[in-house]
Design a protein around this ligand. Structure first.
Ligand SMILES: Cc1ncc(COP(=O)(O)OP(=O)(O)O)c(N)n1
Ligand SMILES: Cc1nc(C(=O)O)sc1CCOP(=O)(O)O
Ligand SMILES: [Mg+2]
Length: 210
């Protein structure tokens, strides 16, 4: 199999959210890379939300990744799919590739990174960087030094850091040179999600120097 289609070299702010309402709010706030992450529903229950999120993503010309539901992502012509290591065991990567979808893959250590790189995905996600309350993690947080070490072998592919990234921690994460910060609670649990989004966008996607 050849490489999966390219995405932007630096994906910037990448919110990961669980509803169409959040997708719509964030697109309206100027976010252009985002993920619909619905967990543990049968395809039939998730399909309407997946289809609506994809349609919204197209309306805003955004990079909308669908987490897990790769069959629905193909059916509704998503921009891309995000898969973790367990998802890779069951997903039909050939079908995703033939449908022309971008593919992002989660990694948590060197072995997972080796496996992901061999598949030539559109981006590699590295997590979890800090402790997170959003998802139960079987491994320890990687921390910034480990993130930096992984990035040294990833100069040829877009990268995303995820896990426990708050507004306060974002500058240190971005200082590693990672191309994107994926966040859940920093936006969805913020006292003022608009302000959090504005701040994270400004940090992760600064205006090019004129
Ligand atoms: C950008 C990004 N990185 C990592 C993940 C985690 O994916 P996965 O390991 O498949 O776990 P679930 O999200 O499916 O619980 C992600 N979704 N997005
Ligand atoms: C969904 C997910 N995947 C992770 C990984 O490391 O693969 S960490 C994570 C949760 C991220 O949420 P928050 O920004 O609230 O910490
Ligand atoms: Mg998954």
């Amino acid at each position: 199999m050849t490489a999966f289609p390219a995405t932007a070299p630096r994906l910037g702010l990448y919110p990961v959210v669980d509803s169409v309402d959040w997708i719509e709010r964030l697109l309206g706030a100027g976010v252009r890379t985002l993920q619909l992450r619905i967990k543990d529903q049968p395809d039939e229950a998730a399909e309407a939300a997946v289809a609506q999120a994809i349609a919204l993503g197209k309306r805003y010309d955004a990079r909308l990744f669908i987490n897990d539901y790769w069959r629905l992502a193909i059916k509704h012509h998503a921009y891309g799919v995000h898969l973790g290591q367990e998802d890779l065991d069951v997903a039909d990567l050939k079908q995703i590739h033939q449908a022309g979808l971008r593919l992002g893959i989660s990694t948590h250590d060197d072995a997972e990174l080796d496996r992901a790189l061999a598949l030539q995905p559109s981006y590699i996600a590295l997590g979890h960087i800090f402790p997170t309350r959003t998802k139960e993690m079987p491994s320890a947080p990687q921390g910034l030094a480990e993130l930096q070490r992984h990035l040294a072998r990833l100069s040829h592919i877009p990268t995303v850091a995820i896990g426990g990234i708050s507004v306060a921690r974002a500058p240190a994460v971005l200082a590693t040179g990672v191309g994107s910060i994926a966040v859940v609670s920093a936006i969805t649990q913020a006292d003022d999600w608009r302000e959090a989004t504005r701040t994270l966008l400004a940090l992760a996607e600064p205006e090019p120097f004129a």
